[in-house]
Design a protein around this ligand. Structure first.
Ligand code: SAH
Length: 251
């Protein structure tokens, strides 16, 4: 059996209770060492076999899983954040299916949630934005043309950019040409929820200089949108005049 486990965004105690239990029961752990906090390995039991996938190919990962299965062992494949976001898990799922190896998935706290916590932000502010776009700038890994930053920027929704700090100049140009006014609030969160977390607030117009000035090249998220600004409407849900399924509103 293979358990895909979301490690959370950094802090070792942000893994789910289930994820920590699965780690503690595993015979073999393959963790994404480029981003997973090594402190999480404190949850494994003594004698657990540990592999760092940062130096491995998909084939090598599958070899480890196959040998573990042959020996009747349980494997945890530990991915950073939540494995559904840029986790390269689908290719593993499909290979395991083809090999007839059982697996399941335990979700984790994605770094976009960790970053919201660091910023004390609400991405879906009433009358500001009710949409969060999770995307990345095209670099060595291409992005389909119809999802260009420029085209997504038209919505002026909350946008969270993964894997894009090294492309900030082009990114800023695309955000502006797509439709965000230069004064739109933005932020860069480095290593959200790690002890070395840092938050840089700026605007779309000063995004590239902020990223470059801070010397950030990786493990950072860029957040863009008026949800980081001062203006919004209060929620209907907690408005005294608004009736809900659970509460009758007064006039
Ligand atoms: N599955 C992960 C994302 C993996 S892609 C998740 O759900 O968070 C790797 C990218 O995620 C990094 O390049 C960076 O953009 C972002 N990232 C991961 N952890 C981060 C953190 N703690 N703080 C800021 N960005 C992070």
């Amino acid at each position: 059996m293979v358990h895909f486990v979301g490690a959370g965004s950094g802090a070792a105690d942000l893994i789910t209770v289930r994820g920590a239990r699965l780690l503690g029961e595993a015979d073999v752990v393959i963790y994404a060492g480029s981003l997973v906090n090594p402190e999480l390995l404190q949850y494994v039991r003594e004698g657990c076999e540990i592999h760092n996938s940062a130096q491995m190919t998909l084939e090598q990962v599958l070899d480890v899983v196959r040998s573990a299965e042959a020996a009747g062992k349980t494997t945890v494949r530990l991915h950073t954040g939540d494995s559904s976001i840029y986790g390269a898990v689908r290719e593993q799922f499909d290979q395991l299916e083809a090999l007839g190896i059982a697996y399941d998935v335990c979700p984790g706290v994605s770094s976009f949630c960790g970053a919201a916590a660091a910023l004390r932000a609400e991405y879906t502010l009433p009358e500001v934005s009710q949409t969060v776009i999770i995307t990345r700038a095209a670099g060595r890994t291409p992005v389909p043309d119809r999802e260009s930053i420029r085209s997504l920027a038209v919505h002026r929704a909350t946008m969270v950019l993964f894997l894009s700090t090294g492309l900030s100049q082009k990114l800023q140009e695309e955000l502006l040409s797509g439709g965000y006014p230069p004064e739109t609030p933005a932020a860069v969160v480095y290593k959200a929820t790690w002890p070395e977390e840092r938050v840089f607030r700026c605007t779309v117009g000063t995004l590239a200089e902020t990223v470059e000035g801070a010397g950030l090249t990786k493990t950072a998220l860029i957040i863009v949108g008026n949800c980081l600004g001062a203006d919004y409407e209060r929620s209907k849900l907690y408005d005294p005049g608004f009736t809900t399924e659970f509460r009758r509103g007064g006039e």
